[in-house]
Design a protein around this ligand. Structure first.
Ligand code: ZN
Length: 66
């Protein structure tokens, strides 16, 4: 099995790990209810997407009525 010839220096280790940070998600806000939503996703609170109701959100009140 191949074995590293020498220990990775703290400098090289740091250089490698400099890319390990997490990228923040591009959070946007729903134009109708102002809840935070991810881009290109339907709003989880009101079902709004592309200027219309993409999905119907079931609420406790709506479930009782039907
Ligand atoms: Zn919304």
């Amino acid at each position: 099995m191949a074995v590293p010839k020498r220990r990775t220096s703290k400098s090289k280790q740091g250089m490698r790990r400099s890319h390990h940070h997490l990228k923040s998600k591009g959070v946007q806000y729903c134009p109708r209810c102002n809840e935070p939503v991810l881009p290109h996703r339907v709003c989880g609170q009101c079902g709004f997407y592309q200027g219309r109701d993409a999905i119907v959100i079931k609420t406790a009140a709506a479930a009782e009525g039907s």
